[in-house]
Design a protein around this ligand. Structure first.
Ligand code: MN3
Length: 213
C-alpha cells in the first residue's frame, strides 16, 4: 500500500545542526560533529522509522511519547524503539543544548534549581562529571527534572532516556566514545570537563520551564 501524505509527514527526520559543524571547535572538533550527526544520529532516525514501519499506526506518535511508555510498544520493535527512538530524542536535545561561545555560570530558573539541589554550581559540575566518568561503557549523564521542578543527576546506559523513567531530560552529555574519541581518545574526564564551555544555558532554561508544565 502506498503511504498517504500524512504518513510521509509523520516519518521522523534528522534535524539539521543549529550551527556549523566547526562551530564548537576547539571543544568538539568538526570531524566528530560530522560523524556524530550525519552518521550516528542519522542511523537512529533511519532505524526508528524502519521499526515503526512494522506498526505504522505508531508513526502518529512523537518519539517522546513512544519512550514514555515502552511497555505499550509491541514487543517485536520495543528494543529498536528504545534504542533508536532514544538515540533520536537524546541527540536532538544534545545539539540544541550546546552553542558556540557557550558556557559560563548558569542563570535564571535553572541556576536556582541547581543551587537548591546541589548547593553551588561547582559542586553540581563535579557530581555531574563524576557520574559521566562512572557510566560504564556507552551511555549518557543527565540533569533530569520531575513535574515539580526538582532536579537530580542520573546516568543511563546505551540510549535509554530519563523519559522512560517518568522524568524530564533537562540536559545531558553523551559519553559514548563516538562523542569524543577522535579528539580526546580515552580521556573521558577531560571531555566532560571541556564540554561545559559549549553549554547553552538559555536553551536549558527553556527546557526546564517546559518540563514543569
Ligand atoms: Mn551520540
Amino acid at each position: 500500500m502506498a503511504q498517504t501524505l500524512e504518513e510521509v509527514k509523520m516519518a521522523h527526520e534528522l534535524p539539521p545542526l543549529p550551527y556549523d559543524y566547526a562551530a564548537l571547535e576547539p571543544t568538539i572538533d568538526e570531524k566528530t560533529m560530522h560523524l556524530h550527526h550525519d552518521m550516528h544520529h542519522a542511523a537512529y532516525v533511519k532505524n526508528l522509522n524502519a521499526a515503526l514501519d512494522k506498526h505504522p499506526e505508531l508513526h502518529k506518535k512523537t518519539a517522546e511519547d513512544l519512550l514514555r511508555d515502552l511497555n505499550a510498544i509491541p514487543e517485536d520493535i520495543r528494543g529498536a524503539v528504545r534504542n533508536n527512538g532514544g538515540g533520536h530524542v537524546n541527540h536532538t536535545m544534545f545539539w540544541n543544548i550546546m552553542k558556540p561561545k557557550g558556557g559560563g555560570d548558569p542563570n535564571g530558573p535553572i541556576a536556582d534549581a541547581i543551587k537548591k539541589a546541589f548547593g553551588d554550581f561547582k559542586t553540581f559540575q563535579e557530581k555531574f562529571n563524576a557520574a559521566g566518568v562512572g557510566q560504564f561503557g556507552s551511555g549518557w549523564v543527565w540533569l533530569a527534572g520531575d513535574a515539580k521542578g526538582e532536579v537530580k543527576i542520573l546516568s543511563t546506559p546505551n540510549q535509554d532516556s530519563p523519559i522512560s523513567q517518568g522524568l524530564h531530560p533537562i540536559f545531558g552529555n553523551d559519553v559514548w566514545e563516538h562523542a569524543y574519541y577522535l579528539k580526546y581518545n580515552n580521556r573521558r574526564p577531560e571531555y566532560l570537563q571541556a564540554w561545559w564551555n559549549v553549554i547553552n544555558w538559555d536553551e536549558i532554561n527553556k527546557r526546564y520551564q517546559a518540563s514543569k508544565k
